[in-house]
Design a protein around this ligand. Structure first.
Ligand SMILES: [Zn+2]
Length: 332
């Protein structure tokens, strides 16, 4: 794990500079903020209370900062270590993500680097194969001893529009036993689940050198998701009269889809062949339009759920634009 942490640390300044440059092409005022959430496992000798809150002893947060060197320093103190069992307190770290002070208007992405699933997952999936009788895989087989529910944490991320790239670090499969291979499958299922539930990506990782590129690509594709939402909203508002003539919601989305493609709009998709990564520009699909409308709703909910922190500036403009667009797209 250390080589992955080192690779991120070495390249963070470059990633920050490239992201800022790219984001400012579209949003001149854009700033990039980083935070880290690091975790270790629960202690099997402690009697935990099921408070539903994460274990303070096994999760550490370096708050958001525009200064990449602060994040580099926080990474410098990280030491990779594995617990006594196979599962880790991943659920506690995931539950922190929606609680971070995200800017509602920002493109929100998380790069999760790990090699193990959360507590409770092994029991859920090891119904067959060589793992069935194996003991000691998970000291908390019923799930987090603090009562943190990973599904709730991911629902929180999805509601906030946080997209997780689940980077599953893999050992070499040479001379690997059947049990080890089964364990990797168990983890793969969990990493996929995390990516699917947050509209993120599952990324199997054997080469640490790919990590900076993965981080950059993931952030850019998430930024594209936001840009598409804005483009869809602008088309909806400017073509409100035409859309008013279309009776069904699906028909209206189809109309928007046609206009967006006529405008030559493309979105980036990160393409990987396992050894290398590149970004390809692809035509916007009807599903992308549907996702953009869902994303607009999430954005509106995120803004409105924080009445104490009124959205200002660009967030307020976007909020009004999205409210108008959703009205046009959904009114019968
Ligand atoms: Zn836990």
């Amino acid at each position: 794990m250390e080589r992955y942490i080192d690779e991120v640390k070495r390249n963070l300044q470059t990633i920050a500079a490239k992201l800022t440059e790219q984001a400012r092409e579209w949003y001149p005022e854009a700033t990039i903020r980083f935070a880290t959430v690091s975790y270790r496992d629960h202690d099997k000798d402690i009697q935990y209370e099921r408070t539903g809150l994460p274990d303070k002893l096994c999760v550490a947060v370096q708050p958001f900062s525009e200064d990449a060197s602060i994040i580099e320093n926080s990474l410098a103190s990280l030491k990779a270590a594995s617990g006594d069992d196979f599962a880790e307190a991943v659920e506690d770290a995931l539950s922190i993500l929606p609680e971070l002070p995200w800017n509602p208007v920002a493109a929100k992405c998380v790069i999760w680097i790990g090699d193990a699933c959360c507590h409770g997952w092994v029991k859920k999936v090891k119904s067959s194969g060589p793992l069935q009788t194996l003991k000691g895989l998970d000291f908390f087989p019923e799930g987090c001893p603090c009562g943190v529910v990973w599904e709730d944490a991911l629902d929180g991320c999805r509601t906030m529009g946080i997209h997780i790239a689940a980077c599953h670090t893999l050992p070499s499969t040479k001379n690997m036993s059947a049990v080890q291979k089964s364990l990797i499958c168990v983890n793969r299922l969990f990493f996929n689940k995390v990516a699917d539930r947050t509209s993120g990506r599952y990324i199997p990782l054997t080469d640490a050198k790919l990590l900076p590129m993965i981080t950059l690509n993931h952030a850019l594709t998430v930024l594209d998701v936001m840009r598409l939402q804005e483009a869809v909203a602008l088309v909806a508002v400017s073509r409100g009269a035409d859309l008013g003539q279309i009776a069904h919601v699906t028909g209206r989305q189809g109309f928007i889809h046609k206009i967006i493609n006529e405008l030559g709009y493309k979105t980036r998709k990160s393409v990987s062949d396992g050894k290398s990564l590149r970004l390809s520009f692809e035509e916007v699909t009807l599903q992308d339009i549907n996702d953009a409308v869902t994303g607009m709703r999430k954005f509106m909910r995120a803004c409105l759920a924080r009445p104490c922190e009124e959205p200002v500036g660009q967030a307020e403009e976007l909020l009004h634009l999205f409210i108008a667009a959703i009205d046009i797209l959904t009114l019968q």
